[in-house]
Design a protein around this ligand. Structure first.
Ligand SMILES: NC(=O)c1ccc[n+]([C@@H]2O[C@H](COP(=O)([O-])OP(=O)(O)OC[C@H]3O[C@@H](n4cnc5c(N)ncnc54)[C@H](OP(=O)(O)O)[C@@H]3O)[C@@H](O)[C@H]2O)c1
Length: 376
């Protein structure tokens, strides 16, 4: 449970124990993790307060109360229902620019949301529409119509627009099929294999006739990956000798490695890759909190001798093919061929804790924060 401490007008600093939010002489009760906003129309937002050097802390974020903004001509006011928590957010709170600019200190944290249109000055959206957008860690946001995607609750639960039918699902689809290029009977190895991306990768690999082998971070995830996601074998990185288990579960080597974690697991996997293997570099979450990069063995000799390909991928490069992925993934979800799991925390004020737990591997499925009532 978290509380917020008054820090000047309307400023609330997150800290770790009690359960009242005080601001502007108003009182917000945090009960069972939910913040109940006043009826005067305020917009609770979470801002970046400090740049963490290693693991982020709750105190690196700040709760700020602001008025609900008014949409101008052609704009839409959206009330957030679910916020997506994703590993890339760790990169955005670093000062260094990577493929996207960092969040500035004092700025609302970036993030994808699913929400409800509550006011519209656009002909393209009406009050009550459910939409997906990138409005960040706040209860209300203003969007341009081009930045909104319609979500159809009658087709799938609206949470899926942030998971299996959203950015993570598309990452799995394009990363495996375009970069990994698996062929039937090949061995496809996936790290963070039960997560938002990895869980989809393993299942698509199986649908394509491959042997899917997973690496996960707990016994419960291992059991789920075997029984629900259909992996043929799953290694628990927290108790198994990963190198020895790779020899045992991949006796004929690894043809495709879908890498979500980087670090020493990638080093171990490289010892097992086959001739012409494909290594899809999707993420390196085990390295995201490191203050300085680790020294590691150069992979070039292995890549050369095995004539293997290691290729980075960014889901945003596939934006013009998003419909293709959504049609295929949606069909598989509706037919029951693809399963998914979500891990939902209640209350916007818990978004920092949710990010911290994803970076520790404590989430079990797609990490979401429920920010407001779900009308669907
Ligand atoms: N390139 C792209 O366009 C793109 C798009 C989306 C995501 N990604 C990347 O894909 C990866 C997975 O993202 P996701 O959204 O699907 O998250 P996720 O798998 O649902 O959650 C993150 C998982 O990473 C694993 N993990 C955390 N710390 C770890 C550590 N120190 N060592 C090894 N594993 C650790 C944990 O799984 P276990 O406990 O099971 O190991 C944790 O549950 C991330 O690296 C992310 O940055 C890339």
């Amino acid at each position: 449970m978290f509380s917020a401490v008054l820090q000047g007008t309307n400023r609330l600093r997150l800290c770790a124990t009690s359960c009242w939010l005080l601001a502007d002489a108003r009182c917000y009760e945090v009960r069972f993790g939910m913040t109940t906003p006043s009826s005067t129309g305020t917009n609770l937002r979470v801002l970046l307060a400090n740049r963490p050097k290693a693991e982020p802390r709750v105190e690196d974020f700040e709760l700020l109360e602001a008025p609900i903004p008014d949409p101008r001509n052609n704009e839409v006011l959206v009330r957030t229902i679910y916020l997506s928590i994703d590993p890339y957010m760790r990169g955005r709170i670093r000062a260094t620019k990577s493929y996207a600019a960092p969040v500035a200190i004092g700025e609302v944290m970036v993030g994808g949301i699913v929400g409800e249109v509550v006011e519209s000055k656009s002909e393209r959206f009406k009050v009550g529409d459910i939409v997906e957008s990138r409005l960040g860690w706040q209860q209300y946001g203003i969007a341009q119509p081009d930045d909104l995607r319609m979500v159809y609750p009658e087709l799938a639960p609206i949470t899926t627009a942030l998971g299996i039918l959203g950015m993570p699902g598309q990452t799995a689809y394009f990363g495996l099929l375009d970069v990994g290029r698996p062929r039937p009977d090949e061995t496809v190895l996936v790290s963070a294999a039960s997560g938002a991306v990895g869980g989809v990768v393993g299942q698509i690999a199986r649908l394509k006739g491959c042997r899917a082998i997973g690496i996960v971070g707990s016994a419960a995830k291992r059991e789920y990956a075997l029984s629900e996601l259909g992996y043929e074998a799953v290694i628990d990185r927290t108790i198994d000798d990963v190198g020895a288990e790779l020899s045992a579960t991949c006796p004929d080597g690894v043809d495709v490695y879908f890498d979500n974690v980087g670090g020493h697991i990638l080093d171990l996997v490289l010892d097992h890759i086959n001739l012409h293997a494909r290594i899809a570099i999707c993420g390196m979450i085990s390295e995201y909190n490191l203050p300085t990069p680790e020294l590691a063995v150069r992979p070039t000799r292995t890549l050369l001798t095995r004539r293997a390909r290691m290729q980075g991928l960014l889901v945003s490069d596939y934006a013009d093919r998003a419909d293709e992925a959504l049609q295929q993934l949606g069909g598989w979800v509706r037919s029951g061929a693809l399963k998914y799991r979500e891990d939902v925390i209640e209350g916007l004020e818990h978004a920092p804790a949710a990010l911290i737990r994803v970076l520790r591997g404590e989430n079990f499925g797609k990490q979401l924060v429920k920010v407001g009532a779900d009308p669907t």
